[in-house]
Design a binder for this molecule. Structure first.
Ligand code: DOR
Ligand code: ZN
Length: 333
């Protein structure tokens, strides 16, 4: 039996929500992660200093040991002053949701022109632009590819802006990041590295694996694995996005995979399959911190090659891989 002792990881993309389940979602992440970047597409959204500060306080009350990297949601016409005020309140990240691209994004951004002032303020304050890179006008499996020209334009028009392309799902996006400048980083989820469209819809439809961007086929999954194994600017963000079980199992399942409870065991299996377990720690614990200019965490976790069966339900949601037996387990040291 082989154990892996790792520096406690960061989750640089996670949805804690703001409703009744929030405390449980936060504690689920803090069980294994020392730091997290909560996404701002809450109800109400995190887009002003007061709402942001109140939200951070609630999250900290749920898990005082968890360090936070705070983000705000960018809106069309958002002023530079609002961005600066949020930066003073602790925001380090501005999130770009194309209008209609995903959960709670109908009020998102039609084109980058509409947030020019906000982007300049991000550049000036040293905040990072986090991008949901999908063009909702394109067919669902083409959306990430269709957004890449917009990203190219953003990088060209804002030469000092640091940018993270979130939850890579395609070979083309991975290649774009690999060929990009040092100020371009990317997150990859455990589910996009583990599952494909066939797991989602090849047999029975599995709504708990439905997310945006949608899982792609094996060639894309393998290209993501290659990027994760080779590029220092590619790091872990779970995109853990719980929705109540009843809603996910309704006739109109919202996008989002509850990944936090299983992400690390899934990643260990992926890295083991790639014969690259020695590179897992860089992916989950070092690269993202370096990109965000933060020190590595102090805590430690241990991954053990010890089978465990994922519960059918956790925190009122159904986690990825529910009911299946995973080869790796994880504990704090
Ligand atoms: O699948 C997703 N769910 N993708 C996102 O970008 C948002 C998230 C959510 O908030 O549920
Ligand atoms: Zn997300």
């Amino acid at each position: 039996m082989r154990d892996l002792l790792l520096r406690a990881p960061d989750d640089f993309h996670v949805h804690f929500r703001s409703g009744p389940g929030m405390g449980e979602y936060v504690r689920r992440t803090s069980a294994f992660f020392d730091r997290a970047l909560p996404m701002p597409n809450t109800l109400p959204p995190l887009a002003d200093p007061e709402t942001l500060a109140a939200y951070a306080e609630k999250v900290r009350a749920a898990a005082p040991g968890l360090d936070l990297v705070l983000s705000i949601k960018l809106f069309p016409g958002m002023s530079a002053d609002t961005v600066r005020a949020c930066a003073r309140a602790g925001a380090r990240v501005g999130k770009y949701y194309p209008a209609g691209a995903t959960t709670h994004s109908r009020d998102g951004i039609p084109t980058p022109r509409e947030i020019r002032d906000a982007l300049e303020a991000l550049e000036e304050t040293g905040m990072v632009l986090s991008v949901h890179g999908e063009d909702p006008e394109a067919p669902v499996l083409e959306r990430e590819r269709a957004f890449l020209p917009v990203l190219r334009g953003l990088l060209a028009d804002h030469p000092r802006l640091r940018v993270v392309l979130e939850h890579l799902s395609t070979r083309e996006a991975a290649e774009f990041v690999l060929a990009g400048p040092d100020r371009l980083g990317a997150t990859v989820t455990a589910h996009h590295l583990s599952f494909t469209t066939d797991d989602l819809a090849g047999g029975a439809l599995r709504p708990h694996l439905f997310c945006k961007p949608v899982l792609q086929d094996r060639t894309h999954r393998d290209a993501l694995r290659k990027a994760v194994l080779s590029c220092d600017r590619v790091f872990f963000g779970s995109d853990s996005a719980p929705h109540p079980r009843g809603l996910k199992e309704s006739g109109e399942a919202p996008a989002g995979v509850y990944a936090a409870p299983v992400a690390l065991p899934l990643l260990a299996a992926v890295f083991e399959e790639e014969e690259a377990l020695d590179r897992l720690e860089a992916f989950v614990s070092f690269r993202g911190a370096r990109f965000y200019g933060l020190p590595p965490n102090r805590g430690r976790i241990r991954l053990t090659r010890e089978p465990w069966t994922v519960p059918e339900e956790m925190d009122g949601a159904v986690p990825a891989a529910a009911g299946s037996t995973l080869a790796w387990n994880v504990e704090r040291v």
